[in-house]
Design a protein around this ligand. Structure first.
Ligand code: FES
Length: 106
């Protein structure tokens, strides 16, 4: 299967703590930078219809907290850390190439 890497933005356009919306076909994704690490996840909370990119990032723990009912999700694997959410958010592979942030969407 061919890998489908999609360029999102320039890697210098995000600073630590930033979360950026990115829509691709029917996917609602966010790119997050915590420290020097980039993450890509679905941005709609698995508990209800809240946009995680409008939530709160903890750069040390590398989590994003839902703005609606405050479940926190690990940015690395999408696993919820507390109720009410119980289902992980989908995560995507990220690479930096030619000063761009790419995510793998296949
Ligand atoms: S909508 Fe995110 S925890 Fe309820």
């Amino acid at each position: 299967m061919t890998e489908n890497w999609v360029r999102v933005c320039d890697s210098k356009s995000l600073k630590s703590g930033d979360m950026l919306d990115f829509d691709y076909q029917d996917k609602k994704i966010m790119i997050a930078k915590a420290g020097n690490n980039f993450f890509a996840t679905d941005r709609i909370c698995t508990h209800a219809d809240a946009d995680l990119s409008t939530g709160f990032m903890n750069e040390q723990d590398k989590t994003v907290t839902c703005p609606l009912h405050l479940s926190a999700f690990k940015l690395e694997d999408g696993v919820p850390q507390n109720l009410p959410a119980t289902v992980p958010i989908k995560t995507y592979k990220v690479k930096i190439q030619d000063s761009g942030i790419y995510i793998r969407l296949d």
